[in-house]
Design a protein around this ligand. Structure first.
Ligand SMILES: Cc1cc2nc3c(=O)[nH]c(=O)nc-3n(C[C@H](O)[C@H](O)[C@H](O)COP(=O)(O)O)c2cc1C
Length: 174
Protein backbone atom coordinates (compact mmCIF):
# COMPACT_ATOMS: atom_id res chain seq x y z
CA UNK A 1 0.00 0.00 0.00
CA UNK A 2 1.30 3.41 -1.01
CA UNK A 3 1.00 5.58 2.13
CA UNK A 4 1.86 9.26 2.53
CA UNK A 5 2.48 10.59 6.02
CA UNK A 6 1.82 14.30 6.42
CA UNK A 7 2.59 15.97 9.74
CA UNK A 8 2.30 19.31 11.45
CA UNK A 9 3.94 20.07 14.79
CA UNK A 10 4.23 23.17 16.94
CA UNK A 11 6.65 21.84 19.56
CA UNK A 12 8.12 18.86 17.67
CA UNK A 13 6.33 15.82 19.12
CA UNK A 14 4.04 14.95 16.21
CA UNK A 15 6.79 15.52 13.63
CA UNK A 16 9.15 13.25 15.58
CA UNK A 17 6.53 10.51 15.80
CA UNK A 18 5.40 10.87 12.19
CA UNK A 19 9.01 10.69 10.95
CA UNK A 20 9.59 7.53 12.95
CA UNK A 21 6.40 5.84 11.65
CA UNK A 22 7.24 6.87 8.07
CA UNK A 23 10.69 5.29 8.45
CA UNK A 24 9.19 2.10 9.86
CA UNK A 25 6.65 1.86 7.00
CA UNK A 26 9.07 3.14 4.32
CA UNK A 27 6.40 5.71 3.45
CA UNK A 28 6.78 9.09 1.88
CA UNK A 29 6.98 11.73 4.61
CA UNK A 30 5.84 15.33 4.15
CA UNK A 31 6.18 17.99 6.87
CA UNK A 32 3.79 20.91 6.84
CA UNK A 33 5.36 24.30 7.40
CA UNK A 34 4.11 27.84 7.64
CA UNK A 35 5.75 30.96 6.26
CA UNK A 36 5.18 32.94 9.48
CA UNK A 37 6.37 31.59 12.84
CA UNK A 38 3.43 30.13 14.78
CA UNK A 39 2.69 31.80 18.13
CA UNK A 40 0.24 31.22 20.98
CA UNK A 41 -1.62 34.32 19.87
CA UNK A 42 -1.98 33.10 16.25
CA UNK A 43 -3.30 29.78 17.61
CA UNK A 44 -5.95 31.68 19.58
CA UNK A 45 -6.82 33.93 16.59
CA UNK A 46 -7.25 30.91 14.29
CA UNK A 47 -9.65 29.39 16.82
CA UNK A 48 -11.65 32.57 17.43
CA UNK A 49 -12.04 33.46 13.74
CA UNK A 50 -12.22 29.84 12.43
CA UNK A 51 -9.27 30.58 10.15
CA UNK A 52 -7.70 28.12 7.73
CA UNK A 53 -4.01 29.11 7.66
CA UNK A 54 -1.98 28.91 4.45
CA UNK A 55 0.65 26.17 4.65
CA UNK A 56 3.32 24.55 2.50
CA UNK A 57 3.12 22.29 0.60
CA UNK A 58 -0.33 23.18 -0.66
CA UNK A 59 -2.83 20.36 -0.21
CA UNK A 60 -3.18 18.92 -3.73
CA UNK A 61 -0.80 16.00 -3.63
CA UNK A 62 -3.07 13.10 -2.67
CA UNK A 63 -3.81 11.31 -5.93
CA UNK A 64 -0.78 9.03 -6.09
CA UNK A 65 -1.33 7.52 -2.63
CA UNK A 66 -3.71 4.81 -1.40
CA UNK A 67 -3.86 6.27 2.12
CA UNK A 68 -2.98 9.66 3.61
CA UNK A 69 -2.04 9.59 7.28
CA UNK A 70 -2.15 12.93 9.05
CA UNK A 71 -0.24 13.56 12.28
CA UNK A 72 -0.74 16.69 14.34
CA UNK A 73 -1.46 18.04 17.82
CA UNK A 74 -4.85 18.77 19.34
CA UNK A 75 -5.37 22.41 20.31
CA UNK A 76 -8.28 23.33 22.59
CA UNK A 77 -10.06 20.10 21.71
CA UNK A 78 -9.64 20.57 17.95
CA UNK A 79 -7.25 19.42 15.23
CA UNK A 80 -4.34 21.90 15.00
CA UNK A 81 -5.37 24.62 12.54
CA UNK A 82 -2.48 24.18 10.03
CA UNK A 83 -4.08 20.83 9.06
CA UNK A 84 -7.42 22.43 8.23
CA UNK A 85 -6.56 23.23 4.60
CA UNK A 86 -5.74 19.57 3.99
CA UNK A 87 -8.99 18.41 5.62
CA UNK A 88 -10.97 20.91 3.55
CA UNK A 89 -9.28 19.66 0.37
CA UNK A 90 -10.51 16.14 1.20
CA UNK A 91 -14.11 17.34 1.21
CA UNK A 92 -13.95 18.19 -2.50
CA UNK A 93 -11.36 15.51 -3.35
CA UNK A 94 -12.44 12.46 -1.28
CA UNK A 95 -9.58 10.14 -0.39
CA UNK A 96 -8.92 7.43 2.21
CA UNK A 97 -7.28 9.12 5.21
CA UNK A 98 -6.32 8.56 8.83
CA UNK A 99 -5.60 10.87 11.74
CA UNK A 100 -3.03 10.18 14.45
CA UNK A 101 -2.11 12.55 17.27
CA UNK A 102 0.12 12.66 20.28
CA UNK A 103 -1.56 15.30 22.39
CA UNK A 104 -1.43 16.29 26.06
CA UNK A 105 -4.41 14.31 27.34
CA UNK A 106 -4.34 15.92 30.82
CA UNK A 107 -8.13 16.34 30.64
CA UNK A 108 -8.78 12.87 29.16
CA UNK A 109 -9.56 11.89 25.56
CA UNK A 110 -10.24 14.54 22.93
CA UNK A 111 -13.82 13.45 22.31
CA UNK A 112 -14.78 16.03 19.67
CA UNK A 113 -11.98 15.34 17.20
CA UNK A 114 -13.66 12.47 15.30
CA UNK A 115 -16.74 14.62 14.74
CA UNK A 116 -14.60 17.54 13.61
CA UNK A 117 -12.77 15.34 11.09
CA UNK A 118 -16.09 14.10 9.70
CA UNK A 119 -17.44 17.62 9.47
CA UNK A 120 -14.37 19.05 7.74
CA UNK A 121 -13.72 16.18 5.30
CA UNK A 122 -17.21 14.74 4.81
CA UNK A 123 -15.97 11.25 5.76
CA UNK A 124 -14.73 9.25 8.75
CA UNK A 125 -11.02 8.45 8.96
CA UNK A 126 -10.14 4.79 8.30
CA UNK A 127 -7.81 5.01 11.28
CA UNK A 128 -8.02 7.33 14.29
CA UNK A 129 -5.43 7.18 17.07
CA UNK A 130 -5.54 9.70 19.95
CA UNK A 131 -2.36 9.13 21.97
CA UNK A 132 -1.67 11.03 25.18
CA UNK A 133 1.46 12.31 26.86
CA UNK A 134 -0.40 11.95 30.19
CA UNK A 135 -0.21 8.16 29.67
CA UNK A 136 3.59 8.37 29.48
CA UNK A 137 3.84 10.22 32.80
CA UNK A 138 3.37 9.02 36.34
CA UNK A 139 -0.31 9.07 37.37
CA UNK A 140 0.45 10.19 40.92
CA UNK A 141 0.12 13.15 41.03
CA UNK A 142 -2.23 13.38 38.01
CA UNK A 143 -0.35 15.07 35.12
CA UNK A 144 -1.31 18.71 34.65
CA UNK A 145 -1.89 20.57 31.36
CA UNK A 146 1.32 22.50 32.04
CA UNK A 147 3.34 19.29 32.46
CA UNK A 148 1.90 17.55 29.39
CA UNK A 149 2.25 20.63 27.16
CA UNK A 150 5.91 21.07 28.14
CA UNK A 151 6.79 17.40 27.58
CA UNK A 152 9.09 16.42 24.72
CA UNK A 153 8.97 12.81 23.56
CA UNK A 154 12.28 11.01 24.09
CA UNK A 155 13.63 8.23 21.89
CA UNK A 156 12.12 5.53 24.16
CA UNK A 157 8.66 7.14 23.93
CA UNK A 158 8.95 7.41 20.16
CA UNK A 159 9.95 3.77 19.82
CA UNK A 160 7.05 2.63 22.03
CA UNK A 161 4.44 4.84 20.32
CA UNK A 162 5.69 3.93 16.84
CA UNK A 163 5.22 0.25 17.64
CA UNK A 164 1.66 0.90 18.95
CA UNK A 165 0.76 2.84 15.80
CA UNK A 166 2.30 0.36 13.36
CA UNK A 167 0.39 -2.52 15.01
CA UNK A 168 -2.91 -0.62 14.68
CA UNK A 169 -2.14 0.30 11.07
CA UNK A 170 -1.57 -3.36 10.18
CA UNK A 171 -5.30 -4.01 10.74
CA UNK A 172 -6.20 -1.28 8.25
CA UNK A 173 -3.59 -1.84 5.56
CA UNK A 174 -3.70 -5.66 5.39
C1 LIG B 1 -2.61 26.02 22.40
C2 LIG B 1 -2.55 24.58 22.83
C3 LIG B 1 -3.73 23.92 23.12
C4 LIG B 1 -3.71 22.57 23.50
N1 LIG B 1 -4.91 21.91 23.71
C5 LIG B 1 -4.90 20.58 23.96
C6 LIG B 1 -6.13 19.86 24.05
O1 LIG B 1 -7.22 20.38 23.90
N2 LIG B 1 -6.06 18.53 24.31
C7 LIG B 1 -4.88 17.88 24.49
O2 LIG B 1 -4.90 16.65 24.72
N3 LIG B 1 -3.69 18.53 24.38
C8 LIG B 1 -3.67 19.86 24.12
N4 LIG B 1 -2.48 20.54 23.99
C9 LIG B 1 -1.22 19.81 24.19
C10 LIG B 1 -0.59 19.40 22.86
O3 LIG B 1 -1.50 18.66 22.06
C11 LIG B 1 0.65 18.56 23.13
O4 LIG B 1 1.60 19.37 23.81
C12 LIG B 1 1.28 17.98 21.87
O5 LIG B 1 2.19 16.97 22.20
C13 LIG B 1 1.99 19.02 21.06
O6 LIG B 1 2.34 18.43 19.84
P1 LIG B 1 3.47 19.05 18.91
O7 LIG B 1 4.77 18.98 19.72
O8 LIG B 1 3.50 18.16 17.72
O9 LIG B 1 3.11 20.45 18.59
C14 LIG B 1 -2.47 21.88 23.62
C15 LIG B 1 -1.28 22.57 23.35
C16 LIG B 1 -1.31 23.89 22.93
C17 LIG B 1 -0.02 24.58 22.58
Amino acid sequence: MNIAIISYSFTGNNDALAGSVAKELSSEYIRISESKPRTWSSIAMDMIFSRIPLVQPSPNLFVKYDLILFFGPIWMGQVATPLRGYLKHLRTNPHKYGFISISGGADGPNTKVRGELRKRTGADPVVFIDLHIADLLSTNPKPTRKATSAYKLDSGDIEQLTSTIVKKLMDVTN
